[in-house]
Design a protein. Sequence first.
Length: 418
Amino acid sequence: MDKQVKQAYEAAKALYAQHGIDTDAMLNKLADIKVSVHCWQGDDVKGFLNQEGELTGGISVTGQYPGAATTPSELRADLEQAFALIPGKHKVNLHAIYTDTDEQVELDQIEPKHYENWVKWAKEQGLGLDFNPTCFSHEKSSDGFTLSHPDPEIRKFWIDHCKASRRIGAYFGEQLGQTCVTNVWIPDGFKDNPVDRMSPRKRLKDSLDEVFAEPLNPKHNLDAVESKLFGLGSEAYVVGSHEFYMGYGLQNNTLICLDAGHFHPTEVISGKLSSLALFTSGILLHVSRPMRWDSDHVVIMDDELLEIARELVRHELLGTTHIGLDFFDASINRVAAWVVGTRNTIKALLRAMLEPVDALKQAEVAGDYTTRLALTEEFKSYPFGAVWDYYCAQQGVPVREQWIKEVKSYEQEVLQSR
Ligand SMILES: C[C@H](O)[C@H](O)[C@@H](O)C(=O)CO
Ligand SMILES: [Mn+2]
């Protein structure tokens, strides 16, 4: 390890120790945290089932940066490159459209065999896998409705797709010895004010009951449901709102997924964790960065990211929270997008672990808000960067911005020839 990195770490360690913070212990804890890295940043949410099809469902990717993955092997190679620059061992989050097969399979007919190569690769790489049914970018969702569709045949198609997806999730979990989280998100909603808000929700509830009817081993698969406030073309009404899924998840014991971009622009998910955690067995996060809307920008070290990390650390929610990422930016190198967003998420967790939580809580309980504010502010310039650098070196990944040149040479050697 670089001498300077080590020296800076030792100095930082001594400073934190004065507040009873054991940096070595925190780094061991950090190494156990898995972030679920979403495959869809690598190819602009196209997938491999119908690559030429349009991205629908009220989500959008902008940018023309060259080098998007066009095959499962390319996507895996890009992910490997990203993971070589991210400390720790993590998970990959797949959508159903990321089949690896020559078969032209329909979404309601997908089977574990269509994802076998992903499992083989995940085993080789020591990664876990998560899964999502893809209820968009399909002719049967072209009018904006899937599980809440008024036509029972279309609804059945999507129910069967979600059922098949859960079985694939269970197969991932069983094969990899790591629980797979299968997350259901649907785009269903209206562009303009509906007359009947209730009936689509009733249909969605019934559909979900069918989807989740088959009992699966929770060691292999955990179900999650993801709400949203609005999408492109569903500005007035989304069937699967926060209230809907909060009720559904609590009543049916599924994980509730909070996507940072799925609420009103000034509403933050960090503030929701301590409430939800009291009533659920677990939470799924989609860490994202909404800019004025659900824009899915790459995650940066902003106040909300740090606040999410603090909530997880301060209330000991790391054991029951599944941390997934959800952003897609095609205006920059896509491998770099993964690296920036994932490194920041892990770094934010480390920053939160290096705060004097007990002292801050004591000050708060004693009504000493002066100390609470002063200590919080002073800790913002404590040398967490030196601890982070040491962690990267310890984990065998580039320290600080050293990783950028690796992404640049990968771009030259691999991405540019695509
Ligand atoms: C592709 C993802 O499933 C999708 O982004 C979903 O999670 C979402 O957040 C939709 O806005
Ligand atoms: Mn999401």
